[in-house]
Design a protein around this ligand. Structure first.
Ligand SMILES: Nc1ncnc2c1ncn2[C@@H]1O[C@H](COP(=O)(O)OP(=O)(O)O)[C@@H](O)[C@H]1O
Ligand SMILES: O=C(O)C1=C[C@@H](OP(=O)(O)O)[C@@H](O)[C@H](O)C1
Ligand SMILES: [Mg+2]
Length: 171
């Protein structure tokens, strides 16, 4: 069966895309990011999809993109932070090796700031991030086979911790 070597989940700005690319390089396999798939397929940015069609429409597009990538990708796969909100997606993830990258709120604000590319954090990022995590923390934990804390760690250190977690799981 085709399956990603590892699937990275976690909140916006935790480093899924940055760390995913590093882990793929270290494993000598291909890196894929479902946000990039969505942008390529739609020919517009994530922020534009949110503005043009709203979050429910984005989630429907995202669900399709995630299910396609889980079915066909063999390397490292990073999901958008909200992909785990979908119950069918969580069910599919149960069959995969999933690593949850975590961080606390201060680290989150440092990394994402007022970056308008992430529409869900455009206004009052600290409060919005707390609310998002209250709604999602248990879902990240539910789908994950391992949790890697990223606070105060460089992307290279986080990538190494992910590789260590993989080695433990694959052993
Ligand atoms: N371990 C880290 N320490 C500090 N900054 C980081 C770390 N990992 C990622 N970043 C920075 O945080 C921002 C968000 O990273 P990104 O990989 O896009 O996160 P995600 O895909 O989870 O939203 C980027 O500016 C990136 O350079
Ligand atoms: O957490 C979320 O709901 C989102 C996370 C984003 O991806 P990253 O987690 O890669 O920033 C992107 O899919 C969109 O802005 C919504
Ligand atoms: Mg990303």
């Amino acid at each position: 069966m085709t399956a990603p070597r590892v699937v990275l989940v976690g909140p916006m700005g935790v480093g899924k895309s940055t760390v995913g690319a590093l882990v793929a390089e270290r494993l000598g396999c291909v890196y894929r990011d479902t946000d990039d798939d969505i942008v390529a397929a739609q020919g517009r940015t994530i922020a534009d999809i949110f503005v043009d069609e709203g979050e429910p429409a984005f989630r429907a597009i995202e669900k399709q993109a995630v299910h396609k990538a889980l079915a066909e990708h063999e390397g490292v796969l990073a999901l958008g932070g909200g992909a785990i909100l979908d119950e069918d997606t969580r069910t599919l993830l149960a069959a995969h090796l999933v690593v949850y990258l975590s961080m606390d709120v201060e680290e989150a604000v440092k990394r994402t700031g007022l970056n308008t590319a992430r529409p869900l954090l455009a206004v009052n990022p600290r409060r919005q991030w707390r609310e998002l995590m209250d709604a999602r923390r248990h879902l990240y934990t539910e789908v994950a086979g391992a949790v890697v804390a990223t606070d105060g760690r460089t992307p290279e250190e986080v990538a190494q911790a992910v590789l260590d977690a993989l080695e433990l799981k694959e052993a």
